[in-house]
Design a protein around this ligand. Structure first.
Ligand code: GSH
Length: 221
């Protein structure tokens, strides 16, 4: 059975959403981010990204990670490409060409968006979105994403989904990366195709189920 290491309030949500889309049985092993704990190495700390048992799974000390049979993988979006290929049917590529496009869009999401959306979400999480310094971080992140977002906006012109005429792992991966910027509503107001598409992605039953489970997780630990 697939094992997912992580917590819903993290980039692991991407993998939990994928598992819900696939409808496969999975086991979730809670692993907290070490930076949410005052003393992650104390003997009574909950299992976290610096715990020796988790470092044996992912020496990068980051969630998510998965174990599927003998295979151990980390990197959320790569995990999803693997799950789509192995269990995904229409969620994965139907041809080698589609596989190529899925790899391209996913690597694009990591290299052009993820660092910036990560800065936006952490500025909001730290309550700094209205401070001068926080605003400056958000503005730079939004400016840096201008061209990539205009490319995605064009790609979605007249289309419900990014490629293949159906919802695929690429929609899921990019929607999850962009979710971290969703508090910055002006960004989405300026890109109506992206705005409509991300709402379509986020109204899927599997997404709502992931969010339901996420809402059961404590915000503070
Ligand atoms: N590129 C990695 C990034 C993973 C990552 O940054 N994970 C964060 C949680 S969202 C983490 O584990 N942080 C550990 C910590 O902050 O202590 C991926 O997409 O899987």
């Amino acid at each position: 059975m697939l094992t997912i290491y992580g917590v819903y309030r993290s980039r692991s949500a991407r993998v939990y959403w994928m598992a819900e889309e696939l409808g496969i049985e999975f086991r979730s092993v809670p692993v907290l981010q070490a930076n949410r704990l005052a003393n992650p190495l104390s003997p009574d700390a909950p299992v976290n990204t610096l715990s020796p048992e988790f470092l044996a799974i992912n020496p990068m000390a980051l969630i998510p990670a998965i174990k599927d049979g003998d295979l151990v993988l980390n990197e959320s979006l790569a995990i999803n490409l693997y799950l789509a290929r192995k269990y995904g049917g229409d969620l994965g590529g139907k041809t080698v060409e589609e596989d190529g496009l899925m790899a391209m869009w996913t690597i694009w999401a990591v290299s052009e968006l993820d660092g910036n959306t990560g800065k936006i979400v952490s500025t909001y999480d730290n309550g700094n979105e209205n401070t001068e310094a926080g605003r400056a971080v958000i503005d730079v992140a939004c400016r840096t994403m201008k061209r990539p977002l205009s490319v995605l906006e064009k790609q979605l012109d007249g289309k419900d989904w990014i490629l293949g005429g159906r919802f695929t792992v690429v929609d899921l991966n990019i929607a999850e990366v962009l979710r971290y910027a969703q508090s910055e509503t002006a960004l989405f107001d300026a890109h109506p195709n992206i705005d409509a598409w991300i709402r379509r992605c986020q109204s899927r039953p599997a997404y709502l189920e992931m969010q339901r489970k996420r809402s059961l997780e404590p915000v503070e630990v």
